[in-house]
Write a protein that binds this ligand. Structure first.
Ligand SMILES: NC(=O)c1ccc[n+]([C@@H]2O[C@H](COP(=O)([O-])OP(=O)(O)OC[C@H]3O[C@@H](n4cnc5c(N)ncnc54)[C@H](OP(=O)(O)O)[C@@H]3O)[C@@H](O)[C@H]2O)c1
Length: 295
C-alpha cells in the first residue's frame, strides 16, 4: 500500500514519463499534452498542499489529559452562528466532549433539539441590528466562538458586509466587555484587508478590527472551501465541492478542508496553551491540529 506522498510522486513521475513517451509519436501528441497538463496540475496542487507553514504540526500534547483538566475549570462559552454548518458541528463536538459547564447559543432565532444531550443549552435570541441592547447576552463567558457569516448572493453586498464585518465586530466588542478571554473567529483562507475581492477584504478587515480589542487570546481560523453536505442549496459551492472531492482525497488541504477538521481544531486550540496572544491558523495548520483530537 503506497503512502499518500508516494502516490503523489508516482502520479507526477508517471505523467512526466508518459509525456516523454507519447510525444515520440505524432498520433498521440494530444494524449501527451493531457498527461503533461495532469503533471502540471499535480505539481501545483502539491505546492498548494505544502506552501503553508504549520508550526502546530509538531505538537505533542496529551489531549485526553488536557480535556480532563479543562473540564474541571467549569468554564462557559457562547457560540455565534450555531445554526450554520460549522456552528452545528462545533456545538456537537463540545457537547459530546462535555467541555463547558455552560454553553449559550447566541443567534437570531430559537432552535429546538430532539437530543437530550442538548437540553441544558441556553439560547439568547438577539436582534443583530440592535446588538447594544443585548449586551447582557454576551456577559460572563470565558470563551466565544464566532461562526457567523452570509454570502453576497444571499444578502447583497451591503448585507454581506453588515453580517460578516459589523455583526461580528460588535459581537466581539460586547464579548470583550462581558469578560470573554479567548475569542475564536472563523475567517477564510486568503483573508486580507487589502484584497481586491470583497469577500477576502471583508474577512481580513474584521480580523484586523477585532485585534485591538485585546482579548487575552484571539484565534483566527482561515479554512479553505468547507467540505460538508450543506442543507441549504448553494449551487456554486455544491459544484466546487463536487470538483474538489476527488482532488481532496489526494491533496486534502490544497483547496478544501473537511468541516470536522475546522471544528476539531477549534476545540483542540481551546484546550492547548496559547503560543501567541493572536494566532492565525491557516488551512493546513487547522487540518494538522484537528488530527491531535481525533475521536
Ligand atoms: N462555506 C465555505 O466554504 C467557507 C470557507 C471558508 C470560510 N467560511 C466562513 O466560515 C464561516 C461559517 O461558514 P458556514 O458555511 O458554516 O456558515 P453558514 O452555514 O452559512 O451559517 C452561517 C450562520 O450565520 C448566521 N447568519 C447568517 N446571516 C445572518 C444574519 N443576517 N443575522 C444573523 N445571523 C446570520 C446563520 O443564522 P441562520 O441559521 O439563522 O441563518 C448561521 O448560524 C463564515 O464566516 C464563512 O464565510 C466558509
Amino acid at each position: 500500500m503506497l503512502s499518500s506522498r508516494n502516490r503523489k510522486c508516482v502520479i507526477m513521475v508517471t505523467s512526466f514519463w508518459s509525456v516523454m513517451k507519447l510525444l515520440e509519436s505524432s498520433w498521440s501528441k494530444a494524449f501527451g499534452f493531457v498527461a503533461f497538463l495532469v503533471a502540471v496540475i499535480a505539481a501545483v496542487l502539491q505546492h498548494l498542499e505544502n506552501c503553508e507553514t504549520t508550526k502546530y504540526f509538531m505538537m505533542s500534547h496529551d489531549m485526553k489529559a488536557l480535556e480532563g483538566v479543562f473540564r474541571q475549570k467549569n468554564k462557559s462559552c457562547f457560540i455565534l452562528g450555531a445554526t450554520g454548518e460549522t456552528g452545528k458541528e462545533l456545538l456537537k463536538e463540545i457537547v459530546e466532549r462535555k467541555l463547558f459547564s455552560k454553553i449559550t447559543l447566541i443567534g437570531r432565532r430559537q432552535v429546538t433539539f430532539e437530543d437530550k444531550a442538548f437540553e441544558n443549552l441556553v439560547q439568547e435570541v438577539v436582534d443583530f441590528e440592535k446588538l447594544d441592547d443585548y449586551a447582557a447576552a454576551f456577559r460572563g463567558y470565558d470563551v466565544g466562538y464566532c461562526c457567523l457569516g452570509t454570502t453576497k448572493a444571499k444578502a447583497g453586498t451591503d448585507g454581506f458586509i453588515r453580517v460578516d464585518h459589523d455583526y461580528v465586530l460588535k459581537s466581539a466588542e460586547l464579548a470583550k466587555m462581558g469578560g470573554c478571554t479567548h475569542f475564536h473567529l472563523e475567517s477564510s483562507k486568503g483573508a486580507d484587508k487589502k484584497s481586491g475581492f470583497l469577500y477576502l477584504q471583508v474577512k481580513g478587515q474584521v480580523e484586523a478590527d477585532i485585534e485591538p480589542l485585546d482579548f487575552e487570546r484571539y484565534s483566527i481560523y482561515r479554512p479553505a472551501v468547507l467540505m460538508v453536505d450543506r442543507q441549504e442549496s448553494r449551487p456554486t459551492e455544491w459544484f466546487a465541492r463536487k470538483l474538489l472531492g476527488p482532488i481532496s482525497s489526494l491533496f486534502p488541504t490544497a483547496m478544501s478542508i473537511p468541516i470536522q477538521s475546522v471544528t476539531r481544531a477549534m476545540v483542540a486550540n481551546t484546550l492547548i496553551p496559547a503560543r501567541e496572544k493572536v494566532e492565525i491558523l491557516e488551512n493546513k495548520a487547522i487540518y494538522d491540529l484537528a488530527k491531535a483530537i481525533e475521536k
